[in-house]
Design a protein around this ligand. Structure first.
Ligand SMILES: *[C@@H]1O[C@H](CO)[C@@H](O)[C@H](O)[C@H]1NC(C)=O
Length: 360
């Protein structure tokens, strides 16, 4: 069940990114009406309201949902109310929740200007998570709370979060039991969100960035995978199969982007090679962040001419080309079938190719 959940979460994230991307790319594409994509975008953001844990606000639009998880953390004397449930179950899994937040924030950073009617909802979706992540990161010094709910017990019992009577165990990483993967992803989420709120709520933005730096320092200083520290409560559900190097580089890249702080540039330069920058890599997921890191750093190279990041652009070109049929380099394999819809993908990819040509 857990793995199915994982793929459901992945699917929703892919849909989220695709719908945001398509919305921008197809504005002048006659095969789609902009209204369909505006609707798809609105619904994909609304989805997150259905996943809310905690005390729901009066602005809640999915009114069939009620308050839930109101004593999360209380038996451990910490406030861990809020955040998002994973797809279809009642566990709050820190690693995919943080990654989802980073990607939501990235979407708003890149495409926020193209979604004036949804920007408020998109910011609210991000903040629902970052409010929780801030609590998880600051409740106890030297500790990051990374999960609420026992996945083995939870998965045996399918019930509404409002009715939940399964154990709400709390799991954490610490200096002695590190989790550089989940901590660095949390840092990435907080840093990316700090960019989103920079103009609309500067003091919140500052708090996000300062916390991101602290959590990153914790991730980097006390190294280890949370899969080793927490074993059967995170594996095989959201096991960190790719280890923690990819998240450290991703986290440092987001903090660099958010802060322009030279020590993070230096960190990326001196650690990039050992943390996966040199590998050509063809997937991007809640587990493996390398391809996304390269695209993020390429933007820095293209926009600010940060020479140090030229390598990342070359890798990003390879990655993007792997997704575009007909290029001579390594090709990603698409699932066969659905021939009637097959015109959609090449159209999308054509637009993507044009965009890349413009960027180049
Ligand atoms: C840059 O980051 C380093 C490491 O986190 C920190 O010690 C330093 O204060 C930061 N500098 C500024 C100007 O924020």
């Amino acid at each position: 069940m857990g793995l199915k959940m994982a793929s459901a979460t992945k699917y929703s994230m892919v849909m989220q990114i695709l719908s945001l991307t398509l919305c921008l790319l197809t504005l002048s594409c006659s095969a789609f009406t902009s209204k369909d994509y505006a609707d798809a975008l609105a619904k994909s953001i609304l989805f997150y309201e259905g996943q809310r844990s905690g005390k729901l606000p009066s602005s809640q639009r999915l009114t069939w949902r009620g308050d839930s998880g109101l004593s999360d953390g209380s038996s451990y004397h910490v406030d861990l109310v809020g955040g998002y449930y994973d797809a279809g179950d009642n566990v709050k899994f820190g690693l995919p929740m943080a990654f989802t937040t980073t990607l939501l924030a990235w979407s708003v950073i890149e495409f926020g200007n193209s979604m004036p009617s949804q920007i408020g909802n998109a910011r609210a979706a991000i903040r629902w998570s970052t409010d929780y992540l801030l609590k998880a990161a600051t409740a106890t010094p030297g500790t990051l709370y990374v999960q609420v709910g026992d996945p083995n017990m939870d998965h045996k019992c399918w019930e509404r979060p409002e009715d939940m009577d399964t154990p709400r165990n709390v799991y954490k990483v610490s200096k002695q039991n590190p989790g550089s993967d989940v901590a660095a992803e949390t840092a990435a989420a907080l840093a990316a969100a700090s960019i989103v709120f920079k103009d609309s709520d500067p003091s919140y933005s500052t708090k996000l960035l300062q916390t991101a730096m602290k959590v990153f320092d914790f991730a980097d200083r006390y190294r280890g995978s949370y899969s080793d520290s927490l074993s059967s409560v995170v594996c095989p559900f959201y096991c960190s199969y790719s280890g923690y190097h990819d998240e450290l580089l991703w986290g440092a890249s987001w903090i660099h982007r958010a802060s322009n702080n030279a020590s993070f540039l230096a960190y990326i330069q001196s650690n990039g090679q050992t943390m996966g920058a040199d590998d050509d890599d063809y997937s991007f997921s809640w587990d493996d962040k390398r391809a996304g890191t390269k695209v993020l750093l390429s933007k820095d190279f293209l926009e600010k001419n940060t020479e140090e990041f030229q390598l990342y652009k070359r890798h990003s070109d390879n990655y993007i080309c792997s997704l575009i049929p007909g290029t001579s380099s390594f090709q990603a394999q698409y699932t066969p079938g659905q021939p009637k819809q097959s015109h959609v993908l090449p159209l999308f990819l054509n637009r993507l190719q044009e965009l890349l040509i413009v960027l180049n």
